[in-house]
Design a protein around this ligand. Sequence first.
Ligand code: C5P
Length: 240
Amino acid sequence: MIKNELLYEGKAKKIYATDVQDVLWVEYKDDATAFNGEKKDKIAGKSRLNNLITSQIFEALKAAGINNHFVEKLSDTEQLVRKVTIVPLEVVVRNVTAGSLAKRLGMEEGIQLDQAIIEFYYKDDALGDPLINKDHIRLLNIATPEQLQVIRNNAIRVNEFLLEYFKNVDVRLVDFKLEFGVTGEGDILLADEISPDTCRLWDIHTNQKFDKDLFRRNLGSLTEGYEEILTRLGGSSCSK
Ligand code: C5P
């Protein structure tokens, strides 16, 4: 496989074309950003941790029958994925109150929800990724009602799988963000990443945080938290 031209550089990843049609080369970066890019830092080792954790989770999802864009891990910081056109939605699933939900509704963090909450945010940096509903999604032509239903059903399946997956390693899955893409054939496919950058992950007994809130809220070492997640999931570095 040959890495060709850079197609896109985001806050946390670079995406390159390859010599294989519909396969992209993703390189994770050590950059950490929060609050729509207002807080920034370079954290050595973050790219490795996110690439290894997300690769492992996407492989596990695939094994459980939840199809996604992941193709293969190439190195500690690189992976191959299937090319999709990203739907400009951040799909947030919540099992426990935290973050913007707690703030918006004036609730304490850490309250277990009896039913998962699904929220949609419009992926638009200039607008600050506003919370939107299905009527807005239709108005903006972001997805058809049928596509949105597939996205919603997928998000619920991913949540059911991940709740158990993390519970098995004594981690409380508080909330997380998913992104979906559309394949050349027009199918909705789970894409992007699932890592401590995009999830809130707390120790099941102590509620110790192992996720990006360590960075957002200056609570301690981000890499120590992410390393704890990788270790608990039994992950390891690539020998290649
Ligand atoms: O900030 P908020 O409480 O809405 O975040 C909910 C979840 O979505 C958190 O796990 C957070 O890490 C994730 N998220 C993300 N990327 C964003 C916004 C939120 O991964 N741009």
